[in-house]
Design a protein. Structure first.
Length: 328
């Protein structure tokens, strides 16, 4: 993800502190992922239950600590690659940009991702496309082997896991990888993802979110370069799709779809003024060569990015959380 200019801390020590804090938060989340992976039978109510002493010693098990470090390392590598893709492309074109700012968070993943601030205006279509495309490509290239290798160590368990266990949605690429690596699964079975595979899953989610053709997301940059003024139609379709997905698949999409449409309405009405200024900053500023050809190579890469979005998008990141499901 990248952000347009804005005043922010110029000293790299803040970037370093946020990196360390985010690594720590992903490590602690990794503990909660690694513990049930190591003691799978116990969490399923199997015979391992009597063999596990559920106290601090279980979290200090060397296998749990190693897998937690692996999860944090793999996920932070994917996020860093994504942001460095943007940063190095900016450097290539002489655009001023900050180092990545990582965001620690006590959520399911241990982070809310990362972003850079681009302090120079992007005036040319090819620069805009390259900066927007570099991050998702870099993150995707590292997410695929993490997912594939992690799937090789994942566990296929018969029957459903405990009712309190969250069930994650599967991107199309995970379904393909599961079929190729794990083979046909028995009926009524679950895949208990290895922490490295879960890091790859998070990388897929981050990639697809950033490729949404909305505002100043990476997908918004790519859509502007590919479609010009028609990007507004693509953005409206994407927001409408999020609302529909929120009703039938995952309620979180509904929130972002409504916020997006609210910003569009605020900009058109130009009120209230303060919110209008904020919303305008989230809308893409114009480039100078909007009608210039993008070139065949970049056009082909644009279709590759669309394919990546299709392979990585997860309609229901957490199953059972649709608006209709919550209202039942």
């Amino acid at each position: 993800m990248e952000e347009r200019p804005g005043r922010g801390p110029r000293k790299p020590w803040l970037n370093g502190i946020l990196f360390v804090l985010t690594f720590a938060s992903t490590f602690f989340v990794g503990l909660s992922l690694s513990l049930p992976y190591v003691f799978t039978d116990a969490f399923r109510g199997g015979p391992g239950l009597v063999e596990v002493d559920w106290d601090v010693k279980a979290f200090l098990d060397p296998r749990v600590l190693a897998l937690s470090l692996l999860y944090a390392g793999v996920l932070m590598t994917i996020l860093t690659a994504h942001e460095l893709g943007h940063y190095l492309t900016c450097r290539r074109y002489g655009l001023a940009a900050t180092l990545p700012f990582f965001i620690p968070a006590p959520n399911l993943f241990g982070t809310l991702g990362a972003f850079i601030k681009i302090k120079s205006p992007i005036n040319w279509k090819r620069q805009l496309f390259d900066v927007g495309a570099a991050g998702p490509l870099a993150g995707f290239i590292l997410s695929v082997p993490a997912l594939a290798i992690g799937l090789g160590f994942s566990k296929v368990v018969p029957g459903a896991l405990n009712q309190g266990t969250l069930t994650l949605g599967e991107p199309l690429l995970l379904k393909i990888g599961s079929a190729l690596i794990l083979g046909p699964l028995p009926a009524s079975s679950d895949i208990f993802l290895h922490p490295a595979a879960f890091a790859g899953w998070v990388g897929m989610l981050v990639t697809s979110l950033n490729l949404l053709p909305i505002g100043q997301l990476d997908g918004g940059h790519v859509a502007y370069a590919l479609l010009g003024k028609k990007r507004k139609l693509a953005s409206s379709i994407a927001l409408a799709a999020l609302v529909v997905l929120g009703v039938f698949f995952f309620s979180g999409w509904l929130i972002w779809g409504i916020i997006g449409f609210a910003f569009i309405l605020i900009i058109r009405l130009k009120r209230p003024a303060r919110l209008c200024r904020l919303a305008t900053r989230l809308v893409h500023p114009p480039i100078q060569d909007e009608r210039a050809p993008l070139g065949r190579g970049r056009a082909i890469l644009g279709f590759v990015l669309i394919l990546i979005f299709i392979l990585t998008f997860i309609p229901d990141p957490v199953k059972g959380m649709s608006l209709l499901g919550l209202l039942k």
